[in-house]
Design a protein around this ligand. Sequence first.
Ligand code: V47
Length: 383
Amino acid sequence: MRAQTAVSRQPATFRSYDPRLEPIAAKVLAQERLDFNDGLSLYGSSDVLAVGWLANHVRERLHGDVTYFNVNRHINPTNVCVAACKLCAFGRKKGDPAGYTMALEEAWETAASGYSEAVTEFHIVGGLHPDLPLEYFLDLVRGLKERFPQVHIKAFTMVEVAYLARRAKLTIEQTLKKLRDAGVDSMPGGGAEIFAARVRSIICDHKIDGEEWLETARLAHKLGFRSNATMLYGHIENDEDRVDHLLKLRALQDETGGFQTFIPLAFHPENTALDHLPVTTGLTDIRQIAVSRLLLDNFAHIKAYWQMLTPKIAQIALRFGADDLDGTVIEEKIYHDAGATTPQGMTRKELCRLITEAGRVPVERDTLYHAVTRTEDSFIVAV
Ligand code: V47
């Protein structure tokens, strides 16, 4: 993909009042890999603009001004969940009146509503339901493929895959193959949270541990799935935990090359068991985008997920290392249950305006980052 003329590029000279950033800048400009201590210095520096300059340098080297978005719809088939993660405001115990589970027909109908925006991706995640068998999810995916054969199905986090495998008494590999045969095309990045065991045992004690998350992603990549990766920040983790998380993802990416996009997710405390924690600030969010871009030198894309960051911060992130805004995201639930005040969806036009006003060039993509060209009545050729 070629960027348009680089009228919006930054000046070529790095400057910082923080001497700790000088050796890091030298490495970044020479395209050398940053290490653990560099990561700590990037988190610790008060010169966030200089950190952002470096991240933007890498972003423009990789993508020029191109900024990706897609037209997607979220489907959350159930919020019933055996886990009781302190970080989560979405999950409900079985029997809770606020719990829901969609009948298959209902899930397919949900997929169809909003389809006029010519959705190219269904993003499907949900709770770890104690009774729904693997067959329910296979039927769900098969039914979607039958009805919407051209829509890419990005479904089930590594946590869900591991849980489905355990319940079906299958190996992870067998489960992944069944999901693939049913029509799952790729996998979203959720459930990674923070890999550090100390933090994980507090915020999401009931989930698979970090090693299992990474192993499930490894197996998925070996079977040919592409997936994303996330990191939940802004709760009880420290800078070491964040750097550790990013470097573990980088090491796996060196091995498999299967990750497409990294998405830092800011913790939203409202309605969670951690609601005494403050929400993240704008600079923390922006710095997280920048550090991710700099440490994850083998990830093609860094996503500023506007639903979580707010459109305003996500727009600024486009000049701090991010090259992707995610999508129209019709009907987001997980963040809105945790108090997000952003709209539950945005139109293509609104996304393009955010990108253009940041001096970038909007490119609609499909899930695998092929450019999407639309005809007059809105369907779609991926090239
Ligand atoms: O795994 C849950 C996080 C994730 C809260 O792959 C919370 O393209 C903040 O993974 N505050 C789900 N975060 C969302 C996700 C995602 C989003 C957009 C794009 C992609 C992609 C993936 O949301 C969960 C968890 O890490 N989460 N509760 C909360 N209270």
